[in-house]
Design a protein around this ligand. Structure first.
Ligand SMILES: [Zn+2]
Length: 481
């Protein structure tokens, strides 16, 4: 067939356009654009769902309405939902598609006690003493589910092949629901898992988190009249006091990365009765699980010694704990490419003013909101403070972790985060997180080479590793309603 010269020029132009089109990797950018468009189309529904969960503000293992709202939405979108996994009534797994690859995305939805707040830039509880979403988990769950739905639509249209799985993971703030789900093997057949977290900046995470152990020490003594015959009593409160004193002496002799914090939960009722029972609740953390172990051994010995000092029985019980996050740098690079592809989050002047008002009220520098994409940095040897049960997941399956701006820099786990999570600042971060996760998942489905590189890094870093969770058999203790 003879082409006219005009046709030939057109053909050459089209060919050069294809060859020079921006491609982050082996993925068809058009599919990512479809995923982003799907989230954009569902934006109003996602915001409504997130605001509902924000208003429910249910704490660990009490998230019945929040879990139901998310799982019902997943079902309406055609996912197969399995509720109550790993012995937790508020956990669920929503699955769509079949065969490999199997890509998972985590979604949290629990609130924190006592930090109820209106969507206002000044401290103003919605209901005094009630819980609030001070860690932005109302946004976390919805963004991850929104991303899973966008991927599901591409699978349904025959444009992607494999399985997408959304994990409804309860009780991140205490109890650590994901540890139970990991122990029960619910993540082990995933090729790759993704998670994000609300934050005051937007970045692909290359820093780990702290490993943690959560335990209680109970002391049992003998009661007596505190003035009439104290020599007949053995004070459990003395045991608790000796223990906390011992903990504070230990602080000088641990590595600088170790953190130990405790509260005395119970220490008698009135001064004129020698207390029979006392209880201290304690957490110890370090950059790595290996660093937590020797500290835990010292704490056991201190508890034992404290019981001897006070002449009472001591009982040491590990309640829970989590590993540090195992960072996957290949995965972080992929997240970074997608963050950069989407560009920064843009804010209106009223949103910046709202953020600065929060910063004025909390004595933070008035920098406003930062929606810029942070460049990928070198991982630090020791992470900043904080722990998450995503850590346990990351040791059994390669896990990619992202932070997205949903609040300005100010106090976290506090009213400013609750305020922003119920209005446009939080909503924008949530939608941005959903789009980044969805675009990255499209890559993971389509680009076997990148997926294999992520898995190879994971295999190398987990050579010889045996997973040992800090929990005992059976489900977690459920709260008494
Ligand atoms: Zn959180």
């Amino acid at each position: 067939m003879k082409l006219s010269s005009r046709c030939l020029i057109f053909a050459l132009l089209a060919l050069s356009a294809i060859l020079s089109s921006p491609r982050a990797n082996a993925t068809d950018v058009g599919r990512k654009e479809e995923a982003v468009a799907s989230i954009e189309k569902r934006k109003a529904e996602m915001i409504k769902l997130s605001d509902q969960i924000w208003a429910f503000a249910e704490t660990a293992l009490r998230e019945h309405k929040s879990s139901e709202a998310l799982s019902r939405y997943a079902e309406q979108q055609g996912f197969k939902v399995e509720r109550g996994v790993a012995g937790m009534p508020t956990s669920f797994i929503a699955t769509y598609g079949q065969g490999r690859p199997v890509i998972g995305v985590l979604g949290e939805f629990d609130a924190l006690p006592g930090i109820s707040q209106k969507t206002s830039p000044a401290k103003e509880p919605l209901e005094a003493g009630a819980p609030g979403h001070g860690c932005g988990h109302n946004l976390f769950g919805v963004a991850s589910l929104g991303a899973a739905i966008a991927v599901k639509e591409l699978i349904a249209a025959g444009k992607l092949k494999g399985t997408i799985r959304f994990y409804g993971t309860p009780a991140e703030e205490s109890v650590y629901g994901k540890v139970y789900m990991t122990r029960d093997g619910l993540f082990k057949d995933l090729d790759v898992c993704l998670a994000w977290h609300p934050a005051s900046e937007t970045r692909a995470d290359v820093d780990s988190t702290q490993a943690l152990v959560d335990f209680i020490v109970e002391f049992k003594g003998r009661t007596a009249h505190a003035a009439l015959d104290p020599w007949n009593g053995r004070s459990a409160a003395d045991g608790a006091e000796a223990f906390t004193h011992g903990v504070n002496l230990l602080r000088e002799h641990v590595r600088p990365t170790v953190r130990i914090h405790y509260v005395v939960v119970k220490s008698g009722d009135v001064p004129n009765v020698v207390p029979e029972y006392a209880k201290v609740w304690c957490w110890a953390r370090d950059s790595k699980r290996a660093g937590v172990e020797p500290v835990l051994q010292r704490l056991r010995e201190i508890a034992d010694g404290a019981g001897r000092i006070a002449g009472v029985e001591s009982k040491f019980t590990i309640q829970s704990g989590c590993y540090e996050i195992l960072v996957n740098l290949t995965g972080a690079k992929l997240l970074q490419q997608n963050l950069e592809w989407l560009g920064p989050i843009k804010y209106a002047e009223q949103e910046q003013e709202f953020a600065r008002a929060i910063q004025r009220a909390t004595g933070t520098e008035q920098k406003g909101l930062n929606g810029e994409i942070k460049p990928l940095k070198e991982p630090k040897p020791d992470p900043p403070g904080g722990s998450t049960d995503v850590g346990d997941v990351s040791w059994v399956v390669p896990t990619l972790h992202l932070s997205v701006t949903t609040a300005p820099e100010s106090a976290w786990h506090a009213w400013p985060v609750v305020a922003c999570g119920g209005m446009s600042i939080g909503h924008k971060g949530m939608i941005h997180a959903a789009k980044t996760l969805a675009a990255t998942m499209v890559d993971l489905f389509e680009d076997a080479k990148t997926r294999e590189a992520i898995q190879a890094e994971f295999k190398e870093k987990t050579k010889g590793f045996v997973y040992k969770p800090y929990i005992s058999d059976g489900p977690p203790p459920l709260p008494k309603e």
